[in-house]
Design a protein. Structure first.
Length: 181
């Protein structure tokens, strides 16, 4: 039973810049740079038939390429931080693409995503990092900004059922070439 999700790949130079932020935070399990990505819609563990339906639905997406930029680091989890992430400036084209994927996944019969979409790149999962340690890490590295980069496709990833954090495999690429948006 594959675990699948849709997402955006990062250009190698952006991944390289992010990888320089690794280290200096006790209790952090750093994501390997080749597994950096921006999740658009997590699907989960599904039967092969559903996975094929998802892939067919994704072929109907018709949107134009757009630009993104990573803009600062933050943490998820509040007082009990569970991840350090790179924030993404949520441009309308990204939010519209994500909303379209959400609609398509519901048409395939999947439950609606319960959480508000917050675009990000997970850099580390945190085990026993204190909020003070995380705040200290972010105060030194939190102002990270990437150059803008072009998004001209999205992908269907699969993951091994593990703890999370990869390895992720690109199952199929879907170009953003034309269309509305």
């Amino acid at each position: 039973m594959p675990r699948i999700f849709t997402g955006l790949e990062l250009p190698p130079e952006i991944g390289e810049n992010l990888s320089l932020l690794r280290g200096g935070l006790p209790g952090a399990r750093w994501i390997d740079p080749e597994n950096y990505h921006i999740t658009l819609r997590f699907v989960g563990d599904v039967e092969a038939g559903i996975a094929h339906e998802v892939a067919s639905a994704l072929e109907r997406v018709s949107r134009k390429p757009f630009e993104l930029r990573l803009d600062g680091l933050t943490s998820f989890g509040g007082r009990k931080p569970r991840a350090v992430v790179a924030s993404i400036t949520p441009v309308p084209a990204l939010l519209e693409l994500q909303a379209e994927l959400e609609r398509l996944m519901q048409r395939v019969g999947l439950e609606p995503e319960g959480r508000k979409y917050i675009p990000h790149v997970t850099l580390a999962r945190l085990r026993d990092s204190s909020s003070h340690q995380v705040a200290d890490y972010l105060s030194h590295r939190g102002s990270f900004r990437s150059m803008p980069f072009k998004v001209d496709h999205f992908v269907l990833f699969s993951a091994r059922s593990s703890v999370g954090g990869g390895p992720y495999v690109v199952e199929e690429k879907f170009p953003l070439t034309n269309g509305h948006g």
